[in-house]
Design a binder for this molecule. Sequence first.
Ligand code: DCP
Ligand code: MG
Length: 481
Amino acid sequence: MKDLTPSCSFNRFLPKWGPTVRSGFQRGRSPILARVSGRDQRALVRLKVNTLRLTQGLPSCVAAALDDRGRHGGVRVMIMVVPEPVMPQRIIAHLDMDAFFAAVEERERPQFTGLPIVVGADPLDGSGRGVVSTANYPARVYGIHSALPISQAWRRSEWARRQGKPAVVFLRPNFAQYTETSGRIRAIVERHASTIEQAGIDELYVDLSATGSYEQAREIAQAIKRDIAAKERLTASIGLGPNKLIAKIASDAHKPDGLTVVEAQDAEAFLAPLSVRKIPGIGPKTEAALRQQHVTVVQDLKRFSEVDLVEHFGKWGRALYERARGRDEDPVQETDEVKSIGEQETFARDTLDSQTLMEHIKCMGRDVLARLAGAGYSSFRTVVVTVRFADFETKSRSRTLPRPTDSVKDVEVEAMKLFLPFLDRRENPRRKLIRLIGVRVEKLGREESRHSGARSSHSKSIRVQDPGHVSSGLLPDLLKD
Ligand code: DCP
Ligand code: MG
């Protein structure tokens, strides 16, 4: 007997029917259909139709397959009406620390409390070459923000000083401290929830669907914020929403120290008046392309059909169409805290001096291994070296060792071997000067994983970047654009 409507989206019904299920089922949309065998060994077709659909009559494809005595292929057909199960509502939280690097510095150096602080490259009295990693909120009042050239941050500080306002305190980053703090924040969250996805050094998603209600989820979010404030003396902003997209945008809505709840029925209206830049994935390029079409806020984006957007942006257009409507199915994927630990360094002057470069590579290897231990890992298997030339061409080379190691010598030797070809014709035939180098270790393991195999196969990467260049590793949206 052939299937009537071979579609079934709720295959979790089927186990209930146990051994009676005889033929397969297919994923699709409801109504649900599966063939089962009855007690008398005759084939029965049990059709599960959701009650809503039933009020509109049987789907025509099903009705057409039945004869006027309700039989199909000479076999009696039983139709069972089963209300569609109520899908438990998803409640997702997104936590993002406020002015993270700067807040950690302020905590560690009480003498600067309340002052404008910028963490980033050395400003060198206005001639520094790197960028701002982050600025605390008082410094943001001066128009200073992440990725701003440090020389401009310096000028803005000077301008403020001339107005009689406090000058900015410029600090170099202490990555080890941020990584350690990040690990402790995660541990605090783990005490309140189990499904956690680390999305960056200072942000994570938590699936709070199991709480069953927004009131309960809000209480958990408040408890997490309280614990972070008490134990770490830092503030976090949290957004609660029906999916990761809404939760992320909500966490940013009332920074610092915010808690914003956007329930499913309010999600579309919440997004509508916001700038399209708030949608993760829309960076400066997409924004500019959209502006040309007179699209500035999310509401404007809804003028376009899915076909239009796909035509314009390819695959990404489909996601854009969904996101403009507040929809996002992406699950919270449990991850370890870190997948890789690395450092990068921008030189004050582009160079090809092999001695200086090798010395830096060695130093960075040692620092990376010190941080590996600080982050609670005991081994690595892969070493990655990144080189950025003066013209910004960037290359990475990696090598995975046959077995995990924790030896400083290994990281030094491997990094060196990977780097040497950049000094000669093999990787650098035009002998371009080098602007930046980076060393990173991956395939990290903890003590137990050395015996039981790799454990972090689906873990996310947290890349802490040197502020000597515009960081993108922490900002997936910039990366996409
Ligand atoms: N970071 C960086 N370079 C960037 C952006 C960020 O090095 N271009 C670092 C410094 C930040 C940290 O990552 O402290 C977290 O990034 P966020 O975007 O969450 O920024 P903040 O936490 O500093 O500020 P906010 O309060 O807006 O979250
Ligand atoms: Mg942050």
